[in-house]
Design a protein around this ligand. Structure first.
Ligand code: F6R
Length: 618
C-alpha cells in the first residue's frame, strides 16, 4: 500500500528512473503520484491526483530533467481524499526537504495540534505532512546539514505512534542527502558505484542491482553512490547484508498480454512446476524442503497448526487445513490474521503458527504471527518473497516460486500457495508416519503430472469456454459459488475474484449450507457456479445442483465430475486428478470467468477500484 522510490546518483538524471520505479510500484496504490527532486538549491515537487500517467503528463515540460537526487510516491489514500494537495511528496517550510511515506502516523492529530500552536501551517489533510513539517523544523533548528537531519529524525521518531516506510530528501550545504527510514512497511535498498536506490519492494531496485538490502525495523539509512550507512534504533552503526535476488526485472512486465492478471493466469503451469517439482522425491514417496526444513522431529513435535492469513491467502490456508487434517491428522485452526490478533486467542502447547502470504509484508499477518510467537507458538510461513519480513521472522519457510505478482487480484500466487500447502501436508504426514509411502507417492505422481492438465485449462478453446460463460451471465444480479470439502475454499476464492475485479456481488458458500439460508436468494437472475470434483463429496454436491435447479436457479458446474455436468444448465469441464489436488485445477476457470466478466464490464482489471496490493497498514 503506497509505493515509494528514491535515488541519489553520481551523474545523469534521476527523474526518468523514479517514474520507471513508480510504474513498477503502481500496483501498491494508484490514487495519486508525485516526485520531488533537488533543484536550484532546494527541492521541487510535482504531484497529481490519479494515475501515474497524469504525473508523466505534468512532467512533460522537461523541467525535472537533470537532477541528481529525487524521491517518488504512488498513493493509496489513508488520510485525506485523493487530490493534488494530499498527494506526496510533502515539503517542509525550509523548501529544502521533502518526504514520501507508506504507512500511518496514528497520533498525527495530536502532533498537528502542537505544531499549529507553534505557528506551523499545512496545505494538506495528510498525516505525512505533519511528520514532514516536524522533521523540517527540527532539522533547521539543529543546523540544516546531513548530521542535523539524522539527529532531527532521531528526535522526531520517538514522538510518533504508527508505522512508516519513509524516504527523506534534503538539500544540505554539502549537497543532496537521501535517507530511508523503516518501522513496519517494507523498504529495500540497493547501492552501486553509480547510485543509491530505495524502493518499497525489490522490483524498484532490480533494474540497478540484484544485490538488495532489506532494511530492518527502526533502521535509518543514508544512501548514495557506493554508500549505505545504517544506524539502528539506538543510533549505533550496523551492517545490513545484501542478498542476491533471483527475479528478473523483465518478469514484472505484461509481455504480450493485455493485463498482468491474464499473463499471471497463464504463468501458472510454470509456477506450479517451479514450486513443486524439485521438492518431490517420488522414490521415497516424500517431499524434501530446502535446508531440511520440516524434518521428522519437527513434524512429530506439532500438536496443532494455527493458520494465519488474509484474503486470497486465507483461502489457500483453508485448503491447507483440509489437506493437513486429512493427510497428516494434525488439528488445524485457521483465522483471518486481523481477527486473530484482537481476539485474545488461546494456543495449546506445541502449536505452529503457519502464515500464508504472497508479499510477506501484510501488516495483519505479520502482527498475528508475532502475537502467536509471544503466546509460545513456533512460526512457519508459505511466502512468495524471499527476504520479506515474514520470511525473516519465521523459523521455517516454504517459498512459492510464483515470481513477481503485479495484478492486484492474486492468481498464480494463490495456486502456488495451494501447491506449497499440499507439499507441506504430505511432508507432515510422512514425517509423522501416518501416510503410507505408496499413498503419498500416488498423490505426488499426480502432482508431478498436473502440468499438462493445467495447460489444458489455458488453451484457446478452454479460455473461449470461460469467456462464453462470462458472456452468458455477466448481466446477472448476483453470483453464488458453492463447493464442498477441499473445494469449499475454492468457491470462496471464485467469489472473491469476481467481487474484486468485476465489482459484482458474489458469495462463496459451503454447498451443504445453502439450504440454511442462501437458497432464498435463488431465482433466474442469479448464477450459481458449483465446483465439484470426482471424489467422496461429489454425490452430495450433485444433490445441491438438483436443489438449485428445482428452484429455478441457473447452474454452471465446474470441475471433473461428469455427472454434475450432465445435470447443470452449463458446465466448465476440468481434467480429473486426485481430489486433494482438485483445488489447483478448479481455481483456474474461476479466475478466467472473473477476468472475462470484468472485461465485459469494462473494469480496470489490474488496478481494481479502492484496492491495492500488499496491505501494509491495518
Ligand atoms: C486478493 C488478494 C488479497 C491478498 C491479501 C493478502 O486477490 O490478493 O486478498 O491475498 O491481501 O496478501 P498477502 O498474500 O500478500 O499477504
Amino acid at each position: 500500500m503506497c509505493g515509494i522510490v528514491g535515488a541519489l546518483l553520481k551523474s545523469g538524471s534521476v527523474t526518468e528512473g523514479l517514474i520507471d520505479g513508480l510504474s513498477v510500484l503502481e500496483y501498491r496504490g494508484y490514487d495519486s503520484a508525485g516526485v520531488a527532486i533537488v533543484h536550484d538549491g532546494g527541492v521541487s515537487v510535482r504531484k497529481k491526483r490519479g494515475r501515474l500517467a497524469n504525473l508523466e503528463e505534468a512532467l512533460g515540460d522537461g523541467a525535472f530533467l537533470g537532477a541528481l537526487a529525487g524521491i517518488g510516491h504512488t498513493r493509496w489514500a489513508t488520510h485525506g481524499e485523493p487530490s493534488d494537495a494530499n498527494a506526496h511528496p510533502h515539503t517542509g517550510r525550509s523548501g529544502k526537504l521533502a518526504v514520501v511515506h507508506n504507512g500511518i502516523i496514528e497520533n498525527y492529530i495530536e502532533l498537528k495540534r502542537e505544531l499549529l500552536n507553534e505557528g506551523e501551517s499545512f496545505s494538506s489533510e495528510t498525516d505525512t505532512e505533519v511528520l514532514t513539517r516536524y522533521i523540517d523544523r527540527l532539522w533547521v533548528e539543529e543546523g540544516g546539514d546531513e548530521a542535523a537531519l539524522v539527529r532531527a529524525i532521531r528526535g522526531v521518531l520517538p514522538r510518533v505512534t504508527g508505522y512508516y516506510a519513509l524516504a527523506v530528501l534534503a538539500q544540505t550545504p554539502t549537497g543532496p542527502v537521501l535517507l530511508a527510514i523503516r518501522k513496519g512497511p517494507p523498504l529495500v535498498v540497493g547501492v552501486t558505484e553509480d547510485g543509491g536506490y530505495l524502493s518499497s519492494d525489490q522490483l524498484g531496485v532490480l533494474p540497478y542491482t540484484r544485490n538488495v538490502v532489506f532494511l530492518e525495523d527502526s533502521d535509518i539509512a543514508l544512501i548514495g553512490p557506493g554508500r549505505l550507512d545504517v544506524v539502528d534504533a539506538s543510533g549505533q552503526p550496523v551492517t545490513r547484508e545484501a542478498r542476491a535476488i533471483e527475479w528478473d526485472p523483465s518478469d514484472s512486465g505484461k509481455g504480450d498480454y493485455p493485463h498482468h492478471m491474464l499473463k499471471e493466469i497463464h504463468e501458472q503451469p510454470d509456477v506450479i512446476a517451479r514450486t513443486a517439482f524439485d521438492r518431490i522425491d517420488l522414490g521415497a514417496g516424500d517431499v524434501r524442503f530446502e535446508g531440511g526444513a520440516f524434518d521428522d522431529d519437527f513434524c512429530r513435535s506439532i500438536e496443532r497448526i494455527q493458520i494465519l492469513a488474509c484474503g486470497t491467502a486465507l483461502h489457500a490456508g483453508q485448503i491447507a487445513s483440509y489437506l493437513i487434517e486429512g493427510l497428516a491428522g494434525i488439528p488445524v485452526d485457521f483465522d483471518f490474521a486481523s481477527e486473530f490478533r484482537y481476539r485474545n486467542p488461546r494456543l495449546v502447547h506445541g502449536t505452529v503458527a503457519l502464515a500464508i502470504t504472497q508479499s510477506g509484508e501484510t501488516a495483519d499477518t505479520l502482527a498475528a504471527t508475532r502475537l502467536a510467537r509471544e503466546l509460545g507458538a513456533r512460526t512457519a510461513a508459505i511466502c512468495n518473497v524471499a527476504g520479506s519480513t515474514q520470511v525473516r521472522e519465521s523459523e521455517a519457510t516454504i517459498l512459492t516460486h510464483a515470481g513477481p505478482e503485479i495484478g492486484v487480484a492474486s492468481t498464480k500466487a494463490f495456486t502456488a500457495q495451494v501447491v506449497a500447502a499440499t507439499l507441506l501436508a504430505i511432508r507432515l504426514a510422512r514425517g509423522r508416519g501416518v501416510l503410507h509411502e505408496h499413498k503419498a507417492r500416488e498423490i505426488l505422481e499426480e502432482l508431478r503430472m498436473i502440468r499438462p492438465k493445467v495447460e489444458s485449462l489455458l488453451t484457446d478453446a478452454a479460455i473461449a469456454r470461460c469467456r462464453e460463460v462470462a458472456q452468458q451471465h455477466a448481466g446477472k444480479r448476483g453470483f453464488l459459488f458453492l463447493g464442498r470439502g477441499v473445494n469449499f475454499p475454492v468457491a470462496l476464492e471464485g467469489a472473491l475474484k469476481l467481487k474484486e475485479i468485476a465489482y459484482v456481488h458474489a458469495e462463496g458458500y459451503a454447498a451443504g449450507e445453502m439450504k440454511h439460508g442462501p437458497i432464498a436468494l435463488i431465482d433466474t437472475d442469479m448464477a450459481i457456479l458449483v465446483i465439484n470434483a470426482e471424489g467422496k463429496v461429489a454425490e452430495k454436491t450433485r444433490a445441491n445442483i438438483e436443489q438449485v435447479k428445482a428452484r429455478g436457479g441457473v447452474t454452471i458446474s465446474v470441475g471433473s465430475d461428469a455427472a454434475s455436468h450432465a445435470i447443470a444448465a452449463s458446465s466448465i469441464p476440468v481434467p480429473a486428478t486426485s481430489e486433494w489436488l482438485s483445488p489447483i485445477l478448479n481455481s483456474i476457470p474461476l479466475q478466467l470467468v472473473a477476468y472475462h466478466i470484468a472485461e465485459i464490464h469494462g473494469c480496470d482489471i489490474d488496478k481494481p477500484r479502492n484496492l491495492a496490493k500488499s496491505v501494509t497498514v491495518e
